[in-house]
Design a protein around this ligand. Structure first.
Ligand SMILES: C[S@@+](CC[C@H](N)C(=O)[O-])C[C@H]1O[C@@H](n2cnc3c(N)ncnc32)[C@H](O)[C@@H]1O
Length: 272
């Protein structure tokens, strides 16, 4: 008898691939997130909440920018990759079921989290409710609705294999409750929640075999291997996929990364 699929976050911070997965995400996404969090969003003295903090790079960035007069709370359902520091507190926390960890925050950031959670709309409201007057919410997600375009491949079979494995990964994520188009809903959800100055930017780029980006697909496919095999992929196909992600003659577009931010009306107590 097969075990029922657990609804909620598909990946596992305790898996052997999790450290690499975090570092790979951070290498690709941190420069984009950093631009979205820069002034006037993140300023010295800010009180910040990094939700689903993962490997903690954005929590550390916030702690540096907020400085000694500011503070950061980094929460995660499994905080084993997070290291506390002077103005950086780490807490185990389930955003679906627990109240916000503190009174209110000047900056709240959540990246690649809400798309995984069936409770995402309720969670977004919880985050907007936890904003101080004038505070910013930054939510960043992959839009997985468009098939990843293969740019170069040694032959059609390689291109088809890539598409098949990527579709199966998305199928597994959906089975756990992920919403593949949520990235495109965040803007309207923030407006509906009463935030102002809402804006969204999208980033995608080509990933060539051997790059950090394609390594992310490789790592994800290794972490999900039992479920991918249960969904119909053969171990031989997965081995061929691992090789493809290292083949310099192969290139495909990344997912669209959508960064949306909005502001709670009102005057901030800290200077912009
Ligand atoms: C894809 S990782 C992204 C990590 C980090 N935000 C980043 O972008 O580098 C998602 C993170 O959310 C955490 N997470 C999953 N479900 C959660 C929940 N219900 N409450 C809090 N954190 C959760 C996971 O443990 C994981 O660290």
């Amino acid at each position: 008898m097969s075990t029922p699929t657990e609804i909620g976050y598909t990946f596992d911070n305790a898996s052997p691939q999790a450290g690499d997965q975090m570092r790979t995400l951070e290498a690709f996404l941190d420069p984009i997130s950093a631009r979205r969090l820069t002034r006037p969003v993140l300023v010295p003295g800010a009180s910040c909440w990094e939700v689903g903090a993962g490997g903690g790079s954005i929590a550390r960035l916030m702690a540096r920018a907020a400085g000694p007069d500011g503070r950061v709370v980094a929460t995660d359902i499994d905080p084993q990759h997070l290291v506390p520091a002077a103005n950086l507190e780490v807490r185990r926390h389930d955003i679906r079921t627990e109240p916000a960890p503190g009174t209110t925050f000047d900056v709240i950031h959540a990246r690649l989290l809400l798309l995984h959670l069936p409770e995402r709309q309720r969670v977004l409201r919880k985050l907007t409710d936890a904003l101080a007057p004038g505070g910013w919410l930054v939510v960043e997600e992959f839009d997985c609705t468009t098939p990843l375009r293969v740019l170069t491949a040694v032959d059609d079979d390689a291109a088809k294999l890539f598409t098949q494995v990527m579709e199966t990964i998305l199928h597994v994520l959906q089975g756990h409750g992920a919403n593949l188009s949520w990235a495109q809903d965040v803007h309207a959800e923030m407006v509906r929640a009463g935030l102002t100055d809402v804006d969204s930017v999208t980033h995608s780029e080509s990933w060539t075999g051997g790059s950090r980006g394609l390594a992310l697909h490789d790592i994800n496919s290794r972490q999900l291997e039992p479920e991918l095999v249960a969904a119909g992929l053969s171990p031989a196909q997965l081995r061929a996929f691992h090789e493809l992600t290292r083949d310099p003659s192969f290139a495909a577009m990344s997912y669209q990364f959508v960064s949306t931010r909005g502001r709670r009306p009102g005057m901030r107590k800290i200077a912009d």
